[in-house]
Design a protein around this ligand. Structure first.
Ligand SMILES: Cc1cc2nc3c(=O)[nH]c(=O)nc-3n(C[C@H](O)[C@H](O)[C@H](O)COP(=O)(O)OP(=O)(O)OC[C@H]3O[C@@H](n4cnc5c(N)ncnc54)[C@H](O)[C@@H]3O)c2cc1C
Length: 345
């Protein structure tokens, strides 16, 4: 194969790798992206929900406004570029399930930071959440990958770490030489020899696509599990959460039964429910629930963008910029996501 020289080699074709490669390319950085489509990607399974207030304690994501603005403008710029829709704003009805959640809501009502995000409804145990949206992750990735392929900057291959030569000033892998390499392998980053010291804590999730004869709700419904009525008529329900190893992307009958039992507890009655599709994926969660960004402490041309857990759609556009500014302009990384919070033996 003809030799190719680039500035940056990106490993991983999920949201992290694809968004990073696109942003680099837009800046004029010569980029090549490699991923193995046979290695499952959480991004293809994800519902793409963007929800800045989460958990039983109704916690507002730090820097929510910046994260939401950055992701919205990024996804909308891609919609314009590809002349198709990926980003859908949709308010969420959040049903409070227990005293803990009711107490949290009571507290939040007197906190002005939440005014923009949470609103009372005429039902006592139901809140209306604003600034929620979802991303059509599959549609987006399809467009990005086609664009990379058209530009000859995509290889479909398994990255065998032994094939990477990082001894000289540039990185060499197969026919490609690069100034630097950025790993975005999702939960499989825990097997990467340069970054396996980082405490990944992956979690498996299963998700159902449903069909029903009932009228589907207008809002996203959240009551522990969420129900997402999509623009194309699909109704998605999920997702389960299992952090017991070993991890894999196989669907299970237990996962399906649990989700269908939970569907019956949702505050929306759906008649004649058929399961059209069941999928499973593994989220790249981390021990301290913060992302992993940075350059390897001993190898200045090896970097990582990973650890986005259940929030990749909202976090990745912003943190891809943060990592690029760190690498290109030596801007300090926010401490909470900097991989230097863990020591590498
Ligand atoms: C059921 C479920 C529901 C979810 N719902 C949401 C949601 O509603 N909202 C949200 O924001 N997030 C959600 N998530 C989480 C979301 O999927 C992740 O935050 C995000 O997709 C992570 O993207 P990533 O690119 O880091 O990883 P991935 O999407 O897993 O991508 C990893 C990439 O690396 C490649 N790869 C790995 N190892 C190698 C190798 N050795 N060689 C070559 N290629 C390799 C893979 O092929 C893949 O392309 C959900 C996840 C699951 C499983």
């Amino acid at each position: 194969m003809k030799k190719k020289s680039v500035d940056t080699l990106v490993v991983g074709g999920g949201l992290a790798g694809s968004i990073l490669a696109w942003k680099l390319m837009q800046q004029g950085v010569r980029t090549h992206i490699v991923f193995d489509p046979k290695i499952p990607s959480a991004s293809y399974v994800a519902a793409g929900l963007m929800n800045p207030v989460t958990g039983q304690r109704l916690v507002l994501q730090e820097h929510a406004k910046t994260l939401l603005e950055t992701s919205k403008s990024f996804y909308q710029s891609l919609e314009e570029h590809f002349q198709t829709s990926f980003y859908f704003e949709k308010p969420m009805l959040r049903y409070l399930r227990n005293q803990k959640e009711e107490l949290a809501w009571k507290k939040r009502q007197s906190n002005v930071d939440y005014d923009d995000y949470l609103e009372a409804t005429n039902q006592p145990k139901c809140i209306l959440q604003h600034h929620t949206a979802y991303l059509d992750t599959q549609g987006l990735l399809r467009c990005l990958h086609e664009a990379f392929e058209c530009r000859g900057m995509l290889s479909h291959a398994t990255m065998d770490y032994d094939e990477i030569d990082s001894q000289s000033s540039s990185i060499r892998w197969q026919h490609i030489s690069a100034q630097g390499i950025i790993f975005c392998e999702g939960w499989r980053g825990q097997f990467n020899p340069w970054f396996q010291y980082l405490p990944f804590q992956p979690s498996k999730g299963e998700i159902l696509d449903l069909k029903t004869s009932s009228k589907v709700p207008e809002h996203i419904i959240n009551s522990g599990r969420w129900l997402l009525p999509m623009h194309d008529g699909r109704l998605r329900f999920g997702a389960s959460y299992d952090c017991h190893p070993p991890m894999n992307e196989s669907i299970t009958s237990h996962g399906k039964e649990t989700l269908l039992a939970d569907l019956k507890q949702m505050p929306v009655v759906l008649e004649d429910v058929d399961v059209m599709r069941q999928q499973a994926g593994v989220r790249p969660n981390t021990l301290d629930k913060q992302a992993f960004l940075g350059v390897h402490p001993k190898h200045s041309n090896i970097a990582i963008l990973n650890g986005f857990g259940s929030k990749g759609s909202m976090l990745i556009p912003y943190y891809a910029d943060v990592l690029m500014e760190h690498i290109q302009q030596q801007k300090a990384l926010p401490k909470n996501v900097d991989i230097r919070r863990y020591s590498c033996a």
